[in-house]
Design a protein around this ligand. Structure first.
Ligand code: IPE
Ligand code: IPE
Ligand code: MG
Length: 244
């Protein structure tokens, strides 16, 4: 190779599936002397921006953690404010979705949500089913342990009904019993807000995910931050237990 040959930059590889723990709304608001709800509001806007950006760069799957099975522990006031916001933003997201061809999917037990919210969610899934843009998986009342338990129960029920034998269970079949059935495992999981934990998110699916942590609080998280995470991902060497 000639000594001064110009290095050509390798094209950036886009992960197929990015998952985000949308955390830090409360601290964002506190820093500004605002009620926590104000943080949730700006956080919902941040979601909208990121979903549209994901579509524009050609991402296939975006999974966002919006409300966990543990978040019910919060004050009734905060929970109902979050639910109201979700309803409003989901309705707006449905409008965006038609324009941007975004496909909506939900991970979590929606039966605990208000009938209005359940209706918005069902409508979003149905209306967008044939869209070819990014698929947004919205995790609502989602907990990974809950998801795994449900899958285990579903398989046990098949065995009890004589439709399957315990030894028939494969990783692929188990994956098919999760909320995420049919969605490839996340390549990159992003957690803003400076916390270095998983908080019951995608425990099964994240077996070989790359993690990216940033101190940025979710309401401040924008396209530049997503780009930084994708750049970091491009510097990782994924070996899946093998040798490169
Ligand atoms: C994430 O922000 C939103 C939800 C969990 C519903 P938080 O409300 O957890 O914000 P912090 O972590 O208190 O800053
Ligand atoms: C994780 O954030 C859940 C969501 C962002 C929806 P939390 O704020 O609930 O997590 P912990 O309590 O800090 O672990
Ligand atoms: Mg939090």
């Amino acid at each position: 190779m000639p000594l001064f040959q110009k290095k050509t930059e390798a094209p950036r590889e886009l992960p197929t599936h990015i998952a985000i723990i949308m955390d830090g709304n409360g601290r964002w608001a506190k820093k500004r002397g605002l009620p926590r709800t104000a943080g949730h509001k700006v956080g919902a806007e941040a979601f909208r921006t990121i979903a549209n950006y994901a579509k524009s760069i050609g991402l296939r799957y975006l999974t966002v953690y919006a409300f966990s099975t543990e978040n019910w522990k919060r004050s009734e006031d905060e929970v109902s404010a979050i639910m109201e916001l979700l309803e409003k933003y989901l309705r707006e997201a449905i409008r965006d979705m038609d324009k941007n061809r975004v496909r909506f999917c939900f991970f979590g037990d929606l039966s605990r949500l208000s009938p209005a919210l359940q209706k918005e969610a069902a409508e979003a899934v149905e209306r967008s089913a044939g869209y070819e843009g990014v698929q947004v998986n919205f995790c609502l009342n989602y907990g990974a342990r809950d998801e795994i338990l449900r899958a285990a129960r579903a398989f046990a029920a098949k065995c009890a009904a004589g439709e399957a034998k315990p030894e028939d269970l494969t990783e692929a079949e188990f994956s098919g019993l999760l909320w995420s059935a049919g969605v490839p495992d996340p390549d990159l999981i992003i957690r803003p807000s400076g916390e270095l934990r998983i908080s019951n998110f995608l425990l099964w699916q994240s077996a070989y995910a790359e993690y990216y942590f940033t101190d940025t609080l979710w309401p401040d998280f924008g396209p530049k931050d997503l780009d930084a995470a994708i750049d970091a991902y491009n510097h990782r060497s994924r070996r899946f237990g093998g040798v490169k």
